[in-house]
Design a protein around this ligand. Sequence first.
Ligand code: GUN
Ligand code: ZN
Length: 433
Amino acid sequence: MTNQRLLLGATLTYSGNPMQSAWEDAVQIDSAGGVLIEDGHIAAVGNGEKLRAAHPQAEVTRYSDALICPGFVDAHVHYPQTAIIASWGKRLIDWLNSYTFPEEMRLSDPAYAEQIAARYLDLTLAHGTTTVASYCTIHPHSADALFQAAADRGQRIVAGKTCMDRNAPEGLRDTVQSAYDDSKALIERWHGKGRSSYAITPRFSPTSTPEQLSALGALWAEHPTCLMQTHLSEQTDEIAWVRELYPDARDYLDTYETHGLLGERGLYGHAIHLEPREIDRLAEVGGALVHCPTSNTFIGSGLFDMTGLAKRNIPLALATDTGGGSSFSMLRTMAAAYEVGQLRGTPLHAAQLIWLGTAGSARSLHLQDQVGSLAEGMEADITVLSLDSTSAIAQRHGAAKDIWESLFATIMMGDDRAVKDVWVAGKRIGQDT
Ligand code: GUN
Ligand code: ZN
């Protein structure tokens, strides 16, 4: 007989998209719910006691003062920047040159890349994040290190070798040909293998020649099931630089489109200072925009228009942007998204925030049938949030009129201490593994 595990407690489930309809119609909490796990997948979700009666052989784990959620999905990170997170005082281009590039250079040592990949995944799992979409460095072994570390932990992962052939220091540049060849070899090695997907990764238009962007566009056309991840319109001086480097482009997005890098499986990080034409085009094509709120305030980039872009039906994801972002925690990231919404006069509800950090990100990564929600047939990646993890949160939880107020307090004030348990493909991290 197969091993069955039944998690009992409050469960969070989705029946729609709370960015498109009223959140009450899209997101549900069942205070007496259950999730049945079998062979690494979710076999059933429903009333806890009914599931217990129907599956008396299942081993039971009972959670109180907690919420059983999908594992968090972080749609834009740079794992190589783990060790330089929270570096002081620079804006984007200076920050890249002062902190990021020197650290990314250190990953030329494969042993260091392996050490950082393992450290990064352990840190993020401790924060309840079960899937990330990560940039690596230009070194192909940095992608191997992350894919292998994820495979060792049984994790679903999206990653790609970063490509840069100009405006980066010696030692951090590839070429048109090596970017194409190395990315292609990595696709063949990792894409669709186990729980891994490959994202073709031109860092951003300023660090690629038009020829490199074209080569990567051609590679994407040859491997259309791959994702493509890059940066778009993060800071105003960056946009001015792109205008100088690509004088014929209509706008920043056009530098990608003319080179075959605009598509439904595209992931465009930041996307703060968009022109109306860029928004129209993204709405037509369906590429996803990734909101990185702690990064956008930390590096001083600006306020992403989550609510306005949601009205245009553009797929939206949430991300830490480690290490431009100032936290590994998707709870802290949801809190920052709330605060940015407040500054724009459009605060998001707890149901929208948690949906964005799970199903919204999963959908943007085209993984909505595998991860990001608790439903039959999904892979059993589950994060159990404690709703009373610190004395400050516990006293607010005690005064809450309903579980949504409790969840909101944990979103706003919680961190890794709020993560009671993490299940990856049906195995409890730290206990079953
Ligand atoms: N734009 C190009 N590279 C990066 C990066 O590493 N982090 C951020 N936040 N923006 C970028
Ligand atoms: Zn980034």
